[in-house]
Design a protein around this ligand. Structure first.
Ligand code: HSE
Length: 438
């Protein structure tokens, strides 16, 4: 990295919500950052799509350019902060910056989840760091925590509520009893959901973050097709009410873990029932929380704002401070290189958990026996059963089963057989129940 003395000259790509926060907060905490790092962290140039657009943050117009290549080709710029959003353009920008020997800070989880392996290899080849604290859980310093503070541990498991929008929606469905679509509308009105909330709702925003946590913990960039991702769009108010009555909260949960005797790595995201006795169940609203279990430290929990301008810019600035420290100490590639490379992906069919199964059944003798015969033949034990008394006559009534630990593939095939019974309707919900042990 070419440097000016005791200055880290930043090329900022993107001046949206987070980019504006980075600009504003670098100015706000300029003095303490200088005091702590010994380096002036100075934004030198900013690439935006439309330099003439009116913005919330005031920026000297001469700093703006519509061409991000200008940040890369400017020899005065030491480091690129990439905050332009998803897509191949961000990948091209990060690649070009690393090739030009400029360190990169990015918050781009989608690009890392898709191209992380290639980008980290390029960073190593170029001896040029790539930092990504802002890509996972916004303001919670989870990457630094796992990589640095927990370096003495084998990471047994990470359980994370890592999408604020989904958590807000599920919290409102639980506390206000409103429907998914009303809660989503509310999240939009309050500005929590993205303009296009597709990735929040279908689970993939959390999926991308889970892939990055898998890499940090186990050194493997699992491909999107190697992990299992489900979103909250099919969670109904009825399921929320049943889960609550059974002593659980429904949360969109990321699971990143490695078997005790099996080196294979499990990375998945799904709406899951969490026991009310576990602290993660009380993480409400737009907050995120990540529980990390290390074989030395035991249980740890990180809680905070997982999104938003200030929280996410705090993470970006921490990466800039690391870059400044490396600059002062003339260190080369010290981006987020994981501790090792430990094993393949565990296929989702083999992943184990308990389950919540809501069926709609005809209210007649023998139905439960037919269903339990199928679960029994598949080696799946039933933990409990609820069949609320029907309030009025109807063709189908709900039947809720909690199932013992079983491989997901076995449960899916048992479910297919159950749904083929003439006394069972097609409407059903299958959710994971996570005991969050270890
Ligand atoms: N849209 C995300 C969330 C924040 O709701 O948590 C950025 O990943």
């Amino acid at each position: 990295m070419e440097t000016s003395s005791k200055q880290l000259r930043i090329g900022l790509a993107g001046l949206g919500n987070v980019g504006s926060g980075v600009y504003k907060n670098l100015l706000r905490n300029r003095d303490i950052l200088l005091e702590r790092t010994g380096v002036h962290l100075q934004v030198a140039k900013i690439a935006v799509r439309d330099p003439d657009r009116k913005r919330d943050v005031e920026v000297p117009p001469e700093m703006l350019t519509a061409d991000w290549q200008e940040l890369i080709s400017d020899p005065q710029i030491d480091i690129i902060v990439e905050l332009i959003g998803e897509g191949e353009e961000a990948f091209a920008l990060i690649t070009a910056a690393l090739k030009a020997g400029k360190a990169v800070v990015t918050g781009n989880k989608a690009v890392l989840a898709k191209h992380g392996k290639q980008l980290v290899e390029l960073s190593e080849q170029q001896n040029t760091p790539l930092y990504c604290e802002a890509a996972v859980a916004g303001g919670i310093p989870i990457i630094k925590a796992v990589r640095e503070a927990l370096i003495g541990n084998r990471i047994d498991s990470i359980y994370g509520i890592i999408n604020g929008t989904s958590n807000y929606i599920l919290t409102r469905m639980t506390t206000a009893g409103i429907s998914f679509s009303d809660a989503l509308q509310e999240a939009r009105e309050k500005g929590f959901a993205e303009a296009d909330p597709t990735l929040d709702i279908n689970g993939w925003d959390a999926g991308h973050k889970a892939i990055i946590l898998g890499w940090i913990s186990y050194g493997r960039w699992l491909k999107p097709e190697e992990i299992s991702v489900a979103g909250i769009e099919n969670v109904s108010s009825e399921d929320v009410a049943f889960a609550n009555s059974l002593g659980y909260e429904i949360k969109l949960l990321g699971v990143i873990r490695q078997g005790k005797d099996d080196e294979r790595i499990e990375v998945r995201v799904a709406p899951s029932l969490i026991p009310r006795t576990h602290i993660l169940s009380s993480v409400d609203g737009v907050f995120n929380a990540v529980a990390v279990h290390g074989n030395v430290v035991g249980e740890t929990l990180f809680y905070g704002s997982g999104a938003g301008q200030d929280a996410t810019s705090s993470a970006v600035i921490s990466d800039l401070a690391d870059a400044a420290e490396n600059l002062m100490n003339d260190v080369g590639c010290t981006g987020f290189v994981p501790h090792g490379d430990y094993g393949e992906a565990l296929p989702v069919e083999e992943t184990l958990s308990q389950y919540y199964l809501r069926l709609s059944v005809v209210d007649e003798p023998g139905v439960l026996a037919q269903i339990s015969s199928i679960t029994g033949q598949n080696g799946i034990g039933i933990l409990s059963v609820i069949q609320p008394e029907p309030k009025e006559p109807s063709e189908y009534i709900p039947l809720v089963l909690l199932l013992h630990d079983a491989p997901y593939g076995t449960v899916r095939s048992a479910l297919e057989a159950v749904l083929a019974l003439s006394s069972v309707g097609s409407e059903h919900t299958l959710l994971r129940v996570e005991t969050l042990e270890r």
